[in-house]
Design a protein around this ligand. Structure first.
Ligand SMILES: Nc1ncnc2c1ncn2[C@@H]1O[C@H](COP(=O)(O)OP(=O)(O)OP(=O)(O)O)[C@@H](O)[C@H]1O
Ligand SMILES: [Mg+2]
Length: 332
């Protein structure tokens, strides 16, 4: 982990960006493959794809650093979505780099990192096809993207595809605790829990919310985290769902209206309802499945644009009916 300074200006996501593959958490299988590649040095063309904030960019850079060491400055060309990457750049910048002479240890290759490759136009990707093949003895490509299907098939077929998935709660928790210790953040366990809940497996989001709560309030607890993240409070949502389980539709609707009136969009509310229903509500399995089904139907309507309070109220009513039909058990 990076050394600490008192500099509050540096975003923690950058300050604690791992430099080595060993420090990247989660996705063990993918990282194991990257580590083998880094050790052997003979890197194939790779596509690394996965959701935001899970360590793709970090891993590609760590891989190139480990493989190339001091030669990194000369032997790596990085282009991301902020650089123009049209067909001209493929024809000029990339081609010139592949032809550049760089002294490397035997068995090593120059590396071209194309970050956020899914934003490259199809014609630029087409132009890469032959370049990748012709210069494969000197240069290898590492592409990072969110969805591999946005990379044209011929490029996919030339690359090994490595997938990153969202990080687990434990992995994020461990990292947050390390950063809290390094930064001497005062926190309570429910604060970190709340950060993990809102981050949805995105480490960048988790670290940013941790820093925002710390610099805004000085103490990281549940209430402060939800003030910063401004998402519907899962505690409130849990109360609504419990009212439904008790079959008290009036109470559930009242609480839902109060939540809606605080200004959250139906989309945010329904997202939280789903996660709370799935993870926190304690009812028997059958009832839970039926409830999630109803939440799902409501989500479809909201996503279709019917995002009125009436839909949310209707969902509460249907959840009450599901609870009545199923013999549900709430813990005392
Ligand atoms: N697996 C991880 N282990 C440790 N830190 C991580 C991990 N994933 C993300 N981070 C933190 O989040 C920040 C952003 O990660 P990174 O840039 O690698 O995300 P990404 O996967 O490339 O996302 P995007 O798809 O948005 O480009 C890093 O600086 C690091 O602090
Ligand atoms: Mg990235």
């Amino acid at each position: 982990m990076a050394s600490t300074t008192d500099d509050f200006e540096v975003p923690w996501v950058e300050k604690y960006r791992p430099n080595k593959l060993d420090d990247v958490v989660g996705n063990e299988q993918t990282l194991d493959r990257l580590k083998v590649i880094a050790e052997e040095g003979n890197m194939p063309n790779v596509i690394i794809c996965g959701p935001p904030g899970t360590g793709k960019t970090t891993s590609v850079h760590a891989l190139a650093h480990t493989m190339l060491g001091d030669a990194y400055a000369n032997a790596v060309l990085e282009l991301n979505a902020s650089d123009s990457r049209g067909i001209e750049v493929v024809r000029n910048t990339i081609k010139m780099f592949t032809q550049k002479k760089v002294t490397l240890p035997p068995g090593q290759h120059k590396v071209i990192i194309l970050d956020e490759a899914d934003s490259m136009t199809a014609s630029a990707q087409q132009a890469l096809r032959r370049t990748m093949e012709i210069y494969s003895h000197t240069t290898r490509f590492a592409l990072a993207c969110n969805v591999s299907t946005k990379i044209i098939e011929p490029i996919q077929s030339r690359c090994a595809i490595l997938r990153f998935s969202r990080l687990s709660e434990e992995e994020i928790l461990l990292r947050l605790q390390q950063v809290c210790e390094a930064e001497q953040v005062s926190y309570s366990p429910d604060g970190l829990e709340a950060i993990i809940f809102t981050a949805e497996g995105d480490m960048r989001n988790a670290l940013n919310n941790l820093q925002a709560t710390h610099s805004g309030f000085g103490h990281v607890d549940q209430a402060n985290v939800f003030k910063v993240c401004d998402q519907p409070h899962p505690g409130v949502v849990l109360e609504i769902l419990k009212s439904c389980v008790e079959g008290d539709c009036a109470k559930a609707s009242r609480r839902m209206k109060a939540l809606y009136d605080t200004g959250y969009s139906s989309n945010d509310i329904i997202g939280t309802v789903f996660r709370v229903c799935k993870n926190q509500l304690e009812v028997n399995e059958g009832a839970k499945l039926e409830m999630i089904k109803e939440v799902g139907f409501t989500h479809v309507r909201v996503a279709d644009g019917v995002n009125s309070l009436l839909q949310l109220m209707g969902m509460c009513a249907r959840l009450c009916r599901v609870a009545q039909q199923q013999s549900t058990t709430l813990p005392s």
